[in-house]
Design a protein around this ligand. Structure first.
Ligand code: FEO
Ligand code: CA
Ligand code: CA
Ligand code: CA
Length: 567
C-alpha cells in the first residue's frame, strides 16, 4: 500500500472544482455537459410509449415495461458488441406514484402490483455518445426484474428449513429481489444486485411477538407498502420464513434475458449496500460488503475455488467462507471467519443470521457501512461510513456496545468518514490488514474540534454523509453523498448533495457535480469508451428534471465537450 509508480502517476484533477448549489438543477464543471438519459416511467419497450403521465401517473398495465423508480447502483457491460447498463431501482415513493386518493398507501392489489413492478432491477441497452446517448427501446436485452421475478438460490442456506415456505417446499425457488441498493460486477461479466432494507416490505395481519432473528433484522414493525394486506407472501404471521429469502446478494446475467437470477446465500444475509469483487493473489474470489445499519459490520467473502479468465465459474459464489471485520485501535485489523466452529450456529444459521454470527465473534460496530470500493491500482479498499446518530448512545439491535472506536472516533456522527484498509502482503486473501481514515467529513467553518473534519476537508470541498463510491480507471475515487442538504446549522456551506473526486495518494478532494435539492447522488458507471459517466439522481425535489410537474428520479450522462475520457 505504499507509494508505487502507479500512484505516482495518479492524475491530477482534470476539471476545475465547482462551488456548492442550493437550487433544483444539476451543475458540472466548465467544459463538461450533461443530459438526462432515462427517467422513472420512460419506456423500455415501444408498447409502453406514453405510459407515464404526470397525472394520473404511470399505467399499471405497463408498469413492468418502463424504467423503475429511485435509481441506485449500476454497472456497464458489453454483450455481443452492445453496451448494456444494469441498474437498481431501490424503492418506490407511493406519494408520487399512487393516485392522490390513495394518500400514499395502496388501495388495492393492482396498486400493490404497480409498486412491485417499479422497483427491482432494469437491464437496458444504451447506444450513442454525448448528447446522442439514449436507451435502445425494444432491444432484445432489455428486461425488468421485479418483486415477482422467479429466482433460484445456492450456497449452504439454500434448501435449508430456514428458507422453506408454503409456496416453495424446496427452499430453492424464491421470488423477487427487493430494496436493491448498491451493485457489483463479477470478473466474469455478470451483475450483482444488493438487497438492503428488505425488512420494510414485511408486515403481519395477526398479533406476533418478534423472535430474536426478527428483532436483529428489524422485521415485524409496520411495513412500508401494505403488501401483506394483499399478498400473504409478505405476511410474517403466515410466512415467517419469507424474510429469510431476502437480504442477499443476487447475481443477474445481462447476456441472457431468460436466465433466473441467483441468490447467493454464501455471501450472508444482512442489509447489503454493495458488493466489491476482487481477486486474491492465489486466484480465489474475494467480495467486500457493508451492512448499512447503525452499529452493524463490514464483511468479506472468500471462495474456496480459484478462477482465471475463461475458466468455469461454478461454485465461486456458493462455496467459500464469510468473514467479518475487526478493526483494532492500533490501526491493525483482522477478518474473523464465521463458521459453525467459531459461532456454535449451523452453517445455514451463520448465513441467514450473519449479524448474530458477527456479534458472537466480536466484530467491530461501525457507523453505517455504505459503499465499498477497491483501488484497481493498489491493494487498498475504501468504505464510506455515512453517519451515525447513535454512536456511543445506543447499542446495536444485537446489544453490542457502540462506544467510539478506532475507525469510528466521534460520538454523535452527523458527517461520516471513509475508512480504508490495506491487506497484508498486498493480498486480498490475507486475513490481516492495516487501516487508516482517508477522510473525516466535517465543517471547518462551524467547528474547530473533531467535527471540523480531517485536514483534507476545507471550506471549498466540504460535504456530509459519503455513500456511493467507485474508482475510475485512473485510480481516482469518486464519492457521492446522501446527507443533509439543508445548508443550515452544522451543514451550512455544504449545499445540496454532490459528487466529488478524491486522490488516494495526496488525499485531495474536489467537488465535481451538485444534485438538485432533495436528491441524493447514487450509482456511477462509465460508457465502454469511458467518454461518458452515467450518474444516478435519486429522490430529487422540486420538479427535476423537467422543470414542471412531479420530480422523477433519473440517470444522467456527463461528458467532456472536448471528447476526452471522463475517468
Ligand atoms: Fe440504499 Fe445504504 O443505501
Ligand atoms: Ca446508499
Ligand atoms: Ca445513504
Ligand atoms: Ca437511497
Amino acid at each position: 500500500g505504499s507509494a508505487t509508480s502507479a500512484r505516482a502517476q495518479a492524475a491530477a484533477f482534470d476539471f476545475a472544482p465547482i462551488g456548492i448549489a442550493t437550487d433544483y438543477e444539476i451543475h458540472v464543471p466548465a467544459g463538461y455537459q450533461w443530459k438526462t438519459l432515462v427517467r422513472y416511467g420512460d419506456p423500455l419497450f415501444a408498447e409502453a410509449d406514453g405510459a407515464y403521465n404526470d397525472e394520473p401517473g404511470l399505467s399499471i398495465a405497463m408498469s413492468d415495461k418502463v424504467f423503475g423508480e429511485n435509481t441506485d447502483g449500476m454497472e456497464t457491460f458489453e454483450v455481443d458488441g452492445r453496451q448494456v447498463i444494469v441498474v437498481n431501482s431501490e424503492y418506490a415513493n407511493p406519494k408520487i406514484n399512487l393516485p392522490a386518493a390513495s394518500a400514499g398507501t395502496p388501495a388495492n392489489a393492482d396498486e400493490v402490483m404497480m409498486l412491485k413492478n417499479i422497483q427491482g432491477v432494469t437491464v437496458m441497452e444504451v447506444s450513442g455518445t454525448q448528447d446522442g446517448v439514449s436507451v435502445v427501446k425494444d432491444s432484445p436485452l432489455n428486461r425488468r426484474i421485479t418483486h415477482e421475478t422467479q429466482m433460484t438460490m445456492d450456497g449452504p442456506a439454500a434448501g435449508s428449513d430456514l428458507v422453506k415456505t408454503n409456496a416453495d417446499a424446496t427452499g430453492m425457488a424464491p421470488k423477487g429481489t427487493m430494496n436493491n441498493c448498491g451493485s457489483g460486477k463479477t470478473l466474469w461479466g455478470t451483475y450483482l444486485t444488493c438487497e438492503e432494507n428488505f425488512n420494510g416490505y414485511f408486515g403481519t395481519t395477526a398479533e406476533k411477538e418478534p423472535n430474536a432473528g426478527e428483532k436483529r433484522y428489524g422485521i415485524g414493525g409496520s411495513s412500508r407498502y401494505a403488501y401483506e394486506v394483499y399478498d400473504a407472501r409478505f405476511d410474517i404471521s403466515k410466512e415467517p420464513n419469507e424474510p429469510h429469502r431476502h437480504g442477499w446478494v443476487t447475481e443477474i446475467d445481462p447476456a441472457d434475458p431468460t436466465s433466473a437470477p441467483v441468490k447467493h446465500t454464501a455471501l450472508g444475509r444482512f442489509k447489503h449496500e454493495n458488493a466489491e469483487m476482487v481477486q486474491a493473489a492465489d486466484g480465489r474470489i474475494v467480495v467486500y460488503m457493508g451492512d448499512d445499519e447503525r452499529g452493524e459490520f463490514i464483511y468479506r467473502y472468500v471462495s474456496n475455488g480459484t478462477w482465471a479468465e475463461g475458466q468455469p465459474t461454478d461454485g465461486l459464489l456458493s462455496d467459500g467462507t464469510l468473514y467479518v471485520a475487526r478493526f483494532n485501535d492500533d490501526q491493525t485489523g483482522e477478518w474473523l471467519p464465521l463458521t459453525p466452529e467459531t459461532t456454535g450456529m449451523s452453517a445455514a444459521e451463520v448465513l441467514v443470521f450473519a449479524r448474530m454470527a458477527g456479534s458472537k465473534v466480536g466484530a467491530t460496530t461501525m457507523d453505517r457501512p455504505e459503499w465499498i470500493a477497491a483501488n484497481p491500482l493498489n491493494a487498498e479498499v475504501y468504505c464510506a461510513l455515512t453517519n451515525n446518530k447513535n454512536r456511543g448512545v445506543k447499542p446495536n439491535a444485537g446489544g453490542d456496545d457502540t462506544a467510539v472506536n478506532g475507525p469510528n472516533p466521534r460520538e454523535t456522527n452527523n458527517y461520516g468518514q471513509i475508512v480504508r484498509w490495506m491487506p497484508s502482503g498486498d493480498d486480498h486473501g490475507s486475513d490481516d490488514f492495516a487501516w487508516d481514515l482517508y477522510v473525516m467529513a466535517g465543517n471547518p467553518t462551524v467547528y474547530d474540534n473533531a467535527y471540523a473534519g480531517s485536514s483534507n476537508v476545507t471550506e471549498g470541498n466540504m460535504f456530509n454523509s459519503p455513500d456511493g463510491m467507485a474508482f475510475d480507471s485512473k485510480g481516482m475515487l469518486w464519492i457521492q453523498t446522501d446527507g443533509d442538504d439543508s445548508n443550515e446549522g452544522e451543514f451550512a456551506g455544504q449545499g445540496n448533495n454532490q459528487m466529488l473526486v478524491g486522490n488516494p495518494e495526496t488525499g485531495e478532494i474536489a467537488r465535481f457535480l451538485t444534485a438538485p435539492n432533495g436528491a441524493e447522488v447514487t450509482g456511477l458507471c462509465w460508457s465502454l469508451d469511458r467518454k461518458t459517466a452515467f450518474v444516478g439522481i435519486q429522490h430529487p425535489g422540486g420538479s427535476w428534471p423537467d422543470g414542471a410537474g412531479k420530480p422523477r428520479s433519473a440517470i444522467i450522462a456527463v461528458w467532456r465537450e472536448d471528447g476526452a475520457t471522463v475517468g
